[in-house]
Design a protein around this ligand. Structure first.
Ligand SMILES: [Zn+2]
Length: 677
């Protein structure tokens, strides 16, 4: 009965507290039924086709479907279960089938192609977005000609196969991680690791019914472990275990990578593109491979000499302190972190004492209030999935008008998805408010004790906070599809990266870094943090570039029949004696690229570098003008408020007063103009 299913009734806020897994498919069916009628009406509308009778209704054709999809993904990420996993497959299969039906429809395609180009800039952005969608789904080729019926059939076959291959790739990673788990029974081996890491390893051992500790290699955790573990043997074992994930039978991803790359290439060619990268880069801010590659090359050229000096310095330091003569990739992070600590007197654990969660969240709210003119007030009346989730009303501080709702789900729970992310929970419409969520996985502190963040976690909170502001404010568009963070990730990650700068900026950090007694972070500690920030910082950028080079090479050439995943890695990597130290993802473990058929990171990994360079340049510009100067707030409000509704480069240049250059990024890793010449 409809009344039993809260998703079939009226609501303005999703009834998270009453939804059961069994409610999703009936709710999706109803949304699909409505969309089918709307689709038929668009096709049947009297000719001639116009932007207003065709593209405008297409803009909201998927609104009800997306609403159910968003509620589902929130519940799924919050409470993983086998039942929800099965529903996830069923939902995405039905939605994908409907999308194909619409966008491959001959009649709708013909209508769309007869529409004259609109004059309005926002209308143009929406039209381009749908033109790309028609191509992606296999209606048109890149030159605008129709894909033949046989071509569409081939494309659908490729897509079906890609879905299976990508699911198998992810499955191998999950199974592979468990197979490569490193058991530890001697506490001595774990010296140097943090308490939260130890308790996580202890818990994994208990769950596996083992004594001691169990290290199931996960990328981010391994990165921290490599910096902290005093035992060289442990570092080597865990590092090697991580790199075997996805690279060994029976969970070997190498044949899958090969086939996925071949099918993506075929898919791109079928649509009239020379290769997959040309297809994937078309709707991005970079727009083409050459522009993205140019930034990567400039940064790498300047960063490699600094990296040589860093490695030399760390080697000498390790030599003086009883370390190995030759530093292996699993040694460098550890010795580098010790060297940094001694050189600058910077103690990361001490800084963390000034970053209790409550103050960091308050710091984010105050920064956002000053920057965007908004207020946050807690409102506990909204339905939530867990009692620890906090909900806030967000208002315009000048007009007091209601902007939307922020859900903050900060603490880890056993059944919650790992990592940190922002989600669009609900698009703004005439009868529903905008809702976004900020999600992290901080370990829950003992009752009555505050949770303390590392400086990296504080950055992550501000990063996701940047996405939430883009999501909340980005509704100044006529079109649902162009709201908030719906754009290309090399663009939308600028908004999140930009907010991180308030954590690196001494004034910004000082404004909220206070211990629970209310004492501000001491100037000496703050100075040591800022000064040490550029030490070895080039390695992180080189890692991104190295990964992006692998990604580009894999996706911008016709795969040769006998070329393996490791051949691509060898051909893409820096031809440099230190390349070994800047290798992070073997393609067989590169889930950014291969976890879903048309992953946004496939030929898109460069976006990490691109968005950071643009964010740092903009922050530098804003800082030079004075962060509190009256011209800044309207420009920031315009940049975030436009959502994804304006041409990316133009919108960015309006914020920054011109295009970005690599200079600010290079300065952030300690390379000044003189050193580059
Ligand atoms: Zn992000």
């Amino acid at each position: 009965m409809a009344s039993d299913n809260p998703l079939l009734g009226d609501y303005s806020i999703p009834p998270y507290d009453r939804i059961k897994p069994a409610h999703f498919l009936p709710a999706l069916d109803k949304a699909l039924e409505k969309a089918e009628k709307k689709f038929a009406a668009i096709k049947a509308d009297a000719p001639p086709a116009s932007f207003h009778n065709t593209v405008v209704p297409l803009d909201t054709l998927f609104s009800d479907i997306d609403q159910i999809g968003s509620i589902f993904s929130t519940c799924h990420n919050s409470r993983k279960s086998d039942e929800m996993e099965k529903i996830s497959v069923a939902l995405s299969t039905r939605i994908a089938a409907f999308a194909k039906k619409c966008f491959q429809d001959e009649q709708l395609g013909a209508r769309f192609q007869s529409i004259p180009m609109p004059a309005d800039a926002e209308d143009k952005v929406l039209l381009h977005k749908f033109a790309y969608r028609f191509k992606t789904e296999g209606a048109f080729k890149n030159d605008g000609s129709r894909l033949s019926a046989a071509g569409r059939k081939s494309l659908n076959r490729l897509d079906d196969r890609l879905i299976k291959l990508c699911a198998a790739f992810e499955g191998n990673l999950a199974k592979g991680a468990v197979r490569q788990a490193v058991p530890i029974t001697d506490m001595q081996e774990l010296k140097g690791l943090s308490d939260s890491m130890l308790s996580a390893f202890r818990k994994d051992a208990e769950e596996a019914g083992k004594e001691g500790w169990l290290i199931i290699p996960k990328r981010l955790q391994v990165e921290s472990l490599l910096e902290m573990a005093r035992s060289r043997d442990l570092r080597q074992r865990v590092f090697e275990a991580l790199n075997r994930i996805g690279a060994e039978e029976p969970c070997d991803n190498a044949p899958l990578v090969k086939e996925i790359l071949a099918l993506r290439h075929q898919r791109a060619q079928l649509l009239g593109y020379p290769d997959y990268a040309a297809y994937a880069l078309e709707p991005t801010m970079a727009g083409n491979l050459a522009r993205a590659q140019d930034l990567m090359d400039k940064v790498a050229k300047a960063a490699l000499p600094k990296f040589e000096r860093t490695v030399r310095e760390v080697c000498e330091y390790a030599g003086r302190h009883g370390g190995p003569h030759t530093l292996e990739p699993y040694d460098l992070p550890y010795w580098s972190s010790l060297c940094r600590e001694e050189k600058y007197g910077y103690d990361a654990r001490k800084l963390s004492e000034y970053l209790p969660l409550e103050n960091v969240i308050k710091g984010f709210f105050e920064t956002a209030s000053r920057t965007f003119g908004v207020t946050f007030s807690e409102n506990r009346s909204y339905p939530r999935l867990d009692s620890s989730v906090q909900t806030y009303d967000v208002h315009d501080s000048r007009t007091h008008s209601f902007i939307g709702i922020l859900y903050a789900d900060i603490y880890a729970r056993a059944e919650k998805t790992d990592g940190a992310w922002m989600d669009n929970l609900q698009a703004k419409s005439t009868d529903r408010p905008r809702i976004v969520s900020l999600n992290m996985n901080l370990p829950r502190p003992a009752p009555g004790k505050p949770a303390f963040l590392s400086i990296e976690e504080a950055e992550t909170l501000f990063h996701e906070g940047g996405h939430t502001m883009h999501g909340l404010l980005g509704t100044k568009t006529r079109y649902a599809c162009l709201q908030g963070t719906s754009g290309s990730s090399d663009y939308t990650e600028i908004h999140s990266n930009l907010m991180e700068n308030w954590v690196h900026d001494p004034q910004g950090l000082k404004s909220f870094a206070r211990n629970p007694a209310g004492e501000p972070v001491p100037d000496k500690l703050l100075a040591a943090f800022i000064e040490s920030g550029t030490f070895a910082a080039e390695r992180q950028k080189l890692l991104i570039i190295q990964n992006a080079r692998r990604d580009f090479l894999a996706h911008s050439q016709e795969p040769a029949p006998n070329q393996s995943a490791s051949d691509i890695e060898k051909a893409a990597d820096f031809d440099h004696p230190l390349a070994e130290h800047i290798r992070s993802y073997p393609l067989t473990r590169f889930s950014h690229l291969f976890s879903d058929p048309l992953s946004g990171y496939a030929a898109g990994y460069y976006g990490y570098l691109w968005s950071e360079a643009h964010a740092l340049t903009a922050f530098k510009t804003l800082n030079e003008e004075g962060l509190s100067s009256p011209q800044i707030a309207p420009r920031m409000a315009a940049f975030y408020g436009a959502g994804s509704s304006q041409e990316y480069n133009r919108c960015y240049e309006a914020l920054n007063g011109g295009p970005s250059t690599p200079q600010a990024l290079l300065e952030s890793i300690g390379i000044t103009a003189g050193e580059r010449d």
